[in-house]
Design a protein around this ligand. Structure first.
Ligand SMILES: [Zn+2]
Length: 274
């Protein structure tokens, strides 16, 4: 079995106080990147990991950012450039260049998403862009038709807007189910990044066989989330923990349940008050 790469997941890197736990301060982030560089790590793209002849280097990580906040341009891009690192960003297709009206956790804080020019700037700096769906819906709650429409359309939005192939999908809230994977495959994605959720497929690959015997494969990347409460020592542990670390798995699951719980509570409250 191939060794999967360590894939780190960040959301918001910003200075101002935020209610959720899914943000990291610029200072914290810079120290984490400095440690990676000092320890001799290099960064990989998700696409590199999908190549058939890919061999995982001994010290390598994939860095990913969900949601595509504009603060990346100020607090992340210059830091990564200084260390010669690259990353993958997963913006929400329906909110490019707009404010975060989808985010219940940050609803009271108007924040901007990256616009098309900023996404092009990241591509020019060697980053990859994937999709984080059209509107950041909880995908397992959508019907098959809604799912297919959302996943195919968001991919198309980025392919047309950036003139590049879009190969990777990051699941909103990190969660999906087999139906989500089926639709992602049908919509043309080659990989799906989760958070706090693992599927039990051989080689982290979901395989579908067509009626004519043709195989189609979707690679799954189980990411390790980095959060505000992570000290530098904690960060090192997350990077160095073996893939099957029980502690790492339990931690991811707890955080994922917690952040999805917050979203649910706020969505229900909003519904109740409208
Ligand atoms: Zn997200």
């Amino acid at each position: 079995m191939k060794t999967p790469p360590v894939v780190l997941s960040y959301h918001l890197i910003d200075r101002r106080f935020d209610f959720g736990i899914t943000w990291v301060t610029p200072r914290q982030f810079e120290r984490q990147m400095a440690w990676l560089a000092e320890a001799g790590y290099r960064t990989l793209s998700l696409s590199a990991c999908l190549q058939p002849e890919f061999q995982l280097p001994p010290k390598a990580v994939v860095i990913t950012f969900d949601d595509g906040y504009r603060a990346l341009m100020k607090h992340v891009l210059p830091v990564l450039q200084r260390f010669g690192f690259v990353a993958t960003v997963f913006p929400v297709a329906g909110f490019v260049g707009e404010q975060n009206r989808w985010d219940y956790n940050l609803f009271w804080r108007r924040m901007w998403h990256l616009d098309w020019n900023e996404l092009r700037e990241l591509l020019a700096a060697g980053w990859e862009v994937g999709s984080h769906s059209m509107r950041h819906a909880y995908l397992p709650a959508l019907s098959r038709e809604e799912l297919l429409d959302d996943l195919a359309r968001s991919r198309e939005v980025f392919e047309q807007g950036l003139q590049i192939p879009i190969r990777h999908l990051s699941l909103p809230f990190g969660r999906g189910n087999v139906r989500v994977l089926e639709c992602a495959l049908q919509a043309g994605y080659e990989s799906v990044a989760t958070l706090g959720q693992e599927f039990d497929f051989e080689n982290q690959t979901y395989v579908e066989v067509d009626t004519d015997g043709k195989h189609r494969e979707l690679r799954l990347f189980f990411r390790r989330g980095i959060y505000l409460h992570d000290t530098l020592r904690g960060f090192r542990r997350h990077v160095e923990a073996p893939k099957d670390s029980r502690h790492e798995r339990l931690r991811q699951r707890a955080i994922s349940v917690f952040s999805y719980g917050t979203v649910m509570v706020k969505a229900l409250r909003k519904r109740g008050s409208s």
